[in-house]
Design a protein around this ligand. Structure first.
Ligand SMILES: [Zn+2]
Length: 136
């Protein structure tokens, strides 16, 4: 099940490249190209489901999100991780895994989804690779 016009389905099918941070038979993690912080991944089901709660193996989905979050936290030495599941940007289920620091540019109150950080391609490759190789 995939949607021809969906950008995330294209990433799953390798039609669009990504900075991969996690992969198994059902889920794919990759760095957000509009990161809200360094190491910000998106975790998606490989099949096209519009909403996070449409994913049949919902529990497993969040277990993978936890694993990716914990590994990412170690790699980038974040104080904590925020999860965001607004579901508004791309109509394919995605959990945003966002490394955070106390008093970071989003402040402690929440997430400023317009506050995108600039990270070089070289750095994106390096971080994605570290997360991908460290995850168990
Ligand atoms: Zn899709």
């Amino acid at each position: 099940m995939s949607n021809m016009d969906c950008i995330f389905c294209k990433i799953v099918k390798n039609q669009i490249p990504c900075y991969k941070t996690y992969e198994d038979n059902h889920f794919l993690g990759f760095l957000d190209i509009k990161p809200l912080s360094i190491g910000n991944s998106l975790l998606i089901p490989k099949k096209h489901y519009p909403w996070v709660y449409d994913v049949p193996n919902f529990g497993k989905y969040w277990q993978v999100a936890q694993k990716l979050a914990i590994t990412t936290q170690k790699i980038v030495k974040a104080d904590f991780i925020s999860f965001l599941t607004l579901g508004l940007e791309v109509p394919h289920a995605h959990i945003r895994i966002i490394p955070r620091w106390l008093n970071d540019h989003h402040r402690n109150k929440g997430i400023d989804a317009t506050n995108i950080v600039k990270i070089s391609k070289k750095q994106m490759i390096k971080i994605a690779d570290k997360i991908y190789k460290s995850i168990k």
